[in-house]
Ligand binder design. Structure first.
Ligand code: ADP
Length: 358
């Protein structure tokens, strides 16, 4: 039996806005599940329904197999870490971490033992006497996480916990959150709009758009088997390249390139005269001749040397794309460039539904 279950969960706000549509998910104990999607897609609303901070308009939320829709936030044994980590500025790190237990009237000795253990997990042992203002952003966020994990609840909910940190701190904290999870093994639901955070932290990712779940899967599944154009374009950096074209005689044309789809499109006749979306990832291309690959003629517009690799911005006809190559292979700008897309790295989507064509 799943630990947490959401069955056909909907959220309609009092103003009539339907923010979450038929959300279905089962989460196992110990899993890290990340909700990802652009701002406004319903991630926080779903998380807040799980926390008991928002009513569920219809559908069911089960905890350990039991209906929990009507349970208040405290009864759910869930701890939440918010975006703004609002520590008490006049309290030391020790008192901030201990606060929840102190309120509950837990024995001083027990509190001390648990604060010390929590601080050790979070690398805060040397900072327990400090006030929050004497900590870095990353350390403050760790104190906020400490306040949650000291409660030893079954589930942690994290709503964009790294968004107040700078890029470098985010990378460090991402690693630390993964380590904290290894130590505690706690079931975690994590909300972010950042696909890199989702890919690196998640056991499974739920991709959302406009209140609808687009796909649920492991990072590997979402990257290699995206269900539709949206997921394909959202997961991966730089994003997948897409070219739209009408199928004629089992082929599509862009720029001076004619692509024979027979290697990938099993049912070419059904798509004759219809538009399809041809997708390939920037990092999937090759610059030298390859068997079983499409040869593409293009023009280099711009290159970005990023250290170990280079992004090449190319055009072919009216289409644009980004190629990612080893930086030793950086071409000149404004020159023609031929490259190869291996057949197995091609994704085809229905031009109308935008769903992947199997
Ligand atoms: P995300 O976390 O993915 O950025 P939210 O769950 O916060 O998105 O919001 C989803 C949608 O619901 C947004 O369009 C937002 O404007 C709307 N929304 C959020 N809270 C309310 C509310 N209290 N009343 C009406 N609409 C809301």
């Amino acid at each position: 039996m799943a630990y947490l279950t959401l069955k056909n969960v909907n959220k309609i706000y009092p103003n009539g806005y339907h923010a979450v549509h038929n959300f279905n998910l089962e989460i196992e104990k110990g899993e890290v599940v990340v909700f990802v999607g652009p701002s406004g897609c319903g991630k926080s609303t779903t998380l807040r329904m799980i926390a008991g901070l928002e009513d569920i308009s219809s559908g069911e939320f089960l905890l350990n197999g039991e209906r929990a829709n009507e349970k208040g936030p405290r009864e759910r044994e869930i701890a939440m870490v918010f975006q703004s980590y609002a520590l008490y500025p006049q309290m030391t790190v020790y008192d901030n971490i201990a606060f929840g237990l102190t309120l509950q009237g837990v024995d001083e000795d027990v509190i001390e033992e648990r604060v010390k253990k929590t601080a050790a997990i979070l690398g805060l042992t040397d900072y327990l006497d400090r006030l929050p203002r004497a900590l870095s952003g990353g350390q403050r966020q760790r104190v906020a996480i400490g306040r949650a994990i000291i409660r030893k609840v079954g589930v942690f909910l994290m709503d964009e916990p790294l968004s107040n940190l700078d890029a470098k701190q985010r990378v460090t904290m991402r690693y630390e959150i993964a380590q904290i999870h290894q130590e505690t093994g706690a079931t975690t639901i994590y909300v972010t709009h950042d696909q890199t955070e989702a890919m690196t932290l998640a056991d499974r990712i739920v991709v959302m758009k406009d209140g609808y779940v687009q796909q649920i899967g492991t990072p590997y599944e979402l990257y290699f088997k995206p269900a539709n154009v949206f997921v394909a374009g959202f997961i991966g950096e730089p994003p997948m390249n897409f070219v739209r074209g009408k199928v004629h005689g089992g082929k599509i044309q862009f720029g001076e390139n004619t692509i024979d789809l027979s290697a990938k499109l099993k049912n070419a006749a059904a798509y004759e005269g219809k538009e399809i979306v041809f997708g390939f990832r920037p990092e999937a291309i090759r610059l030298t001749g390859a068997e079983n690959a499409h040869l593409i003629h293009s023009q280099v517009e711009l290159t970005e040397m990023l250290g170990d690799n280079t992004n090449i911005y190319i055009t072919t006809g009216d289409s644009r794309a980004i190629l990612k190559v080893d930086s030793h292979d950086t071409p000149e700008t404004d020159v023609p460039l031929d490259f190869y897309i291996p057949f197995e790295s091609v994704y085809l989507f229905d031009g109308e539904t935008e769903n992947v064509i199997d």
